[in-house]
Structures are given as structure tokens and as C-alpha cells.
Design a protein around this ligand. Sequence first.
Ligand code: XIL
Length: 314
Amino acid sequence: DPSLREVADPTGRFIGTAVNDSLLNDSTYRNIAATEFDSVTAENAMKWESVEPQRGQYDWAGGDRLVDFAQQNGQLVYGHTLVWHSQMPDWLENGSFSDTELREIMTDHVTTQVGRYRGEVQRWDVVNEAFNEDGSFRQSKFYQQLGASYIADSFRAARAADPDAKLFINDYNTETQNAKSDGLYRLVQDLLAQGVPIDGVGFQNHLIVGNVNGSAIRQNLQRFADLGLEVAVTELDIRMRMPADSSKLQQQARDYRAVADACLAVDACSGITVWGISDRDSWVPDVFEGEGAACPWDDNYRPKPAYDALRDAF
Ligand code: XIL
């Protein structure tokens, strides 16, 4: 049987996975990541807390391993993520800085990280999860001190550091049209009107089995695409209440298919990244109590119906 990347390639879309740095030594994991996907996103290794645990002390080891892995396997790298309220290093999270100093810390971080991987990372989530559910701006440290201009400044710093990388804003619960995605839409319109260098919008797609409306997802991707931007499915997983059973797994397969079909129906949808390979390694059970089995491979790295559905979509 062909791999996901083999069927995705002729459609011009990428098929990616989040890669967990600590699992790259496992040969089964490594082999699936290498052969099934043509794009990789660091699950954690490129987050601020990972790359600059102490102020001014950088640790690029995990990010570099991912980039090396991608280069060995002829894969794209999706950079995740530069400016985000979560997984910030303690010195930043708990430190107090003047507004001027914070703006400089933020833009220096973007400049340093994008510069480090210039020419090696094709897409960056420059800003992640900037919105509340009602479409207002999340009260992150950056928003509270700097206001909404922190977003434009981050994108400008990223563009200057690598003019060839595509720059994304990424969020969750924005997959269909709702108050949150409307807020995101207004921001993106605004950034474009101001000439801020933004190229794409990422939709995480952390979804729930039985709650996936493919045509609503397609229409929402299309309205962002109609602004002239690239769109992408950046963190797809579809969780269920545990334990799994065959009817839930079949529904999950239909839901994966619906998301893939939505992307494939939109010319500007450049690809799909799944947030993990195996249910065993997924972040879902740690965060959503009683839920799991959200990935295309099961606990034993055997492909699930969701895997077949994804492959059939291309
Ligand atoms: C998650 C990782 O999967 C976990 O390993 C980590 O403990 C927390 O972050 N939205 C994002 C991702 O943008 O970075 C998150 O990844 C999942 C939600």
C-alpha cells in the first residue's frame, strides 16, 4: 500500500505530523514519521521554554534534531511556535519587564529563532492562540503589556529574519465560523490592510468524534483563503470518550475524512498536520479527562480506520 505522503504528493498538499523529540530514538516511531509524512512540526522542541530555558541561554538541540530528521527524509519543517502565552520559560512568565523591554525580548526572540533556522523552516506559527472564545484578544502577558501591536511586530520581525518563510497565525476552535474565528478574521483583515507580512492561517483542529461538520470547516477555510492567504490544518486529532469501540472508531474515520476533504476542496489549503502518530503518545489523555484514542495509529502503532480514511481522502 502507498504511504500517506505518496498519495498526498500528487495533490500538491503536505501531510505532516507533530514529532516528539523524545520518541525519535524509537525505531517504530521514527520509521512511521519518516515514511508516512512529508512535513514535521516539533511537538514541543521549538517552543520558547525549550529553546531559551534561561534568559540568553539557548538550547537548539531538539529543534536541530528535528530539522536534521526532516532533511534526511526529504520533509518540510513547520515551525511551532514563536509567540504564545503557554510554555513560556519561567524567567519570562514570572519576570517583570517594562513594556519597552518586553517588546524587545519578544522581537529578539522571533529574530533569533527564525534566523537560526533561516532556509530550513518553510512555515512558522508566529503567533499562537491569540484569541478568547468570544473573539476578543486573549489577555496574555504580551497583549496586556503591549496591546494588539505585539502581533504585527512579531510578524514584521519574522519576515525580516527569513523573507522566504511563510508566516502563520494559528488557533483552536476557529475551524468553523463562530465568534472566535470572526475575531481572527477581523484581525487578519486588519493586518493585511496595514501591510503586515502574514501569509497564512493555521487551524489546529483538535476535534471531538461525532462533532465534525466538514462543510462548515470547508466554508470557513474558504473565507480565509478568499483574503488571499494560505490556510492549513495544523494539529489535527479527533478524540473520543474512552474506552474506544468499533463504532466510535468508524465515526472517527468519517470525521478524519471530512476534515481532509474540506482541506482538499480549498485550493489554498496547503496541507494537513496530525498532532501525533499513536494514541499512546498523544497529549489528549493528559489534558482531556476520560478522553483519548485521537490519533491515526493505535497504542501499538497499528493504523486505525482513521488512517485509511485519511489515505483515501487524497
Ligand atoms: C501540546 C503538546 O502536545 C504537549 O506535549 C505539551 O505538553 C503541551 O502542548 N495547541 C498547541 C500545541 O498549539 O503546541 C499543544 O501541544 C496542543 C494545543
